[in-house]
Design a protein around this ligand. Structure first.
Ligand code: GTP
Ligand code: MG
Length: 423
């Protein structure tokens, strides 16, 4: 089962603004009417209750949202690019890779929650925006801004509502098969299950998901057996069902051992909601020691129920009780989800704030808001250049450049754009 996937996401590029002039029969020199480009679509990750959703995404692929349409004449706005919605199982955590480091961006605690992982670029302005009292026929428009691109990792934190844990041969797979339509492999030898299997358990008309996890042995926290693999999965189930083999030498010791192993791996797991069930109560030897076992569990401060995955004894009650715990946990997560209904991933950029630094004779203007504008202007075109200078003056950048010693012709770098300071 896939529980992590890396991919590239890119917001759609914004559409270009248009240079166009109104053309009417009796007004040969009509005003500017070039419309704006549409904005590029966002890449959004949305949580679903389908735990296998990651399997449908392709690792290392580049997922790109729709491009914005170009502006048209008669002030027509280009259409906005289509958002691209990727589905991931609820309980997915999203990371962004920045220089090899994973930076957590958002998590999707419950079905329906979304996060924007790459924003589309803004559409460029058409020439209608560049008319001024002194320039009523502007040959200026903006190209669309590039969509944001990022390398992200989706990691599944929650694989199931309930995870069945226990030593090999406890009957975990048999139990899952008895409660759901899943058909995990059952075998009379340890480590039959190597991968978690998921099943859906019906309780009345409601359901919860249950995972049959690989068997755990002593030393798992140090990586023995399927060690970490197993524990990583256990961590991702809000409710744990400890299953012990009633016919084993010491079922109480078995449960204690598992508790210690999971707590050694992650102390949080010690307090995870857990139910203890002793399996194979259909066997006469288990029936014979039932009372003694009950007392032994009680002496450890635990309460165990007795079930038979083989005959179905006690399974309905077990499913009903597990469901109550799952429901309580779901309600808690939904409450939390409401508090963060949509997690915008990119903080709004502070506009018009800037710093000027002189680096190797070049004047570097550090100003994300301003760079975004300059990068969309065609600097080989004189009217565009003039417009950029005009705005840099208005925003106070010109003054700062001059204060730092820029003279006509000095190279100025703003974002990805370079220009020579005003002659
Ligand atoms: N008598 C009896 N035998 C059972 C019961 N449940 C499981 N078994 C048997 O116990 C053995 C192990 O069962 P599995 O369900 O494969 O056990 P598991 O816990 O999934 O084992 P691993 O995947 O190896 O960790 C099989 O031979 C089952 O038929 C039960 O309730 N009663
Ligand atoms: Mg198994």
């Amino acid at each position: 089962m896939l529980d992590e996937i890396q991919m590239t996401v890119k917001g759609g590029d914004g559409g270009h603004g248009l240079i166009s002039f109104r053309r009417e029969k009796f007004a040969p020199l009509g005003g500017p009417d070039g419309g704006d480009g549409g904005r590029g679509g966002d890449v959004i990750v949305r949580a679903t209750d389908d735990v296998y959703a990651l399997e449908r995404l392709r690792p290392r692929r580049r997922y790109e949202a729709g491009r914005g349409g170009n502006g048209a004449s008669a002030k027509k706005h280009g259409r906005n690019g289509k958002d691209l919605v990727l589905e991931a199982p609820e309980g997915t955590v999203i990371f962004r890779l920045e220089g090899g480091e994973r930076v957590e961006l958002a998590d999707l605690p419950a079905k329906g929650t979304t996060a924007i992982v790459a924003r589309g670029g803004k559409g460029g302005w058409g020439n209608i925006h560049f008319a001024t009292s002194t320039n009523q026929a502007p040959y200026i428009s903006q190209s669309g801004a590039e969509g944001e691109e990022a390398e992200i990792v989706l990691e599944l934190r929650l694989i199931s509502d309930v995870g069945i844990i226990g030593l090999p041969n406890a009957g975990k797979s048999t139990l899952l098969a008895a409660l759901s339509a899943a058909r995990p492999k059952v075998g009379d030898y340890p480590f039959t299950t190597l991968q978690p299997t998921l099943g859906v358990v019906n309780v009345g008309w409601q359901t919860f998901r249950m995972a049959d996890l690989p068997g755990l042995i002593e030393g798992a926290a140090e990586g023995r057996g399927l060690g970490h693999e197993f524990l990583r999965h256990a961590m991702r189930c809000p409710v744990l069902l400890h299953l012990a083999d009633g016919s084993a030498d010491d079922p109480v010791a078995d449960v204690l051992l598992i508790r210690e192993e999971i707590a050694a791996y992650d102390p949080d797991l010690r307090d995870r909601v857990a139910v203890i069930a002793v399996n194979k109560v259909d066997l006469p030897e288990v029936v014979a020691r039932r009372e003694r076992l009950e007392q032994a569990f009680a002496a450890e401060g635990m309460s165990a129920r007795f079930i038979s995955a083989a005959t179905g004894e006690g399974l309905r009650e077990l499913a009903a009780d597990l469901f109550e715990m799952v429901k309580a946990d779901r309600e808690r997560r939904e409450r939390e989800a409401v508090e963060q209904a949509e997690t915008p991933v990119l903080r709004p950029q502070p506009r018009r704030r800037f710093e000027v630094e002189v680096v190797g004779g070049e004047y570097v203007v550090d100003a994300p808001g301003i760079a975004g504008f300059v990068e969309t202007m065609d600097l080989d075109s004189e009217p565009h250049r003039q417009e950029v200078y005009r705005r840099l003056k208005r925003w106070g950048v010109a003054k700062e450049l001059e204060r730092k010693g820029a003279v006509p012709g000095s190279p100025v770098r703003i974002g990805k754009a370079t220009l020579a300071w005003l002659e």
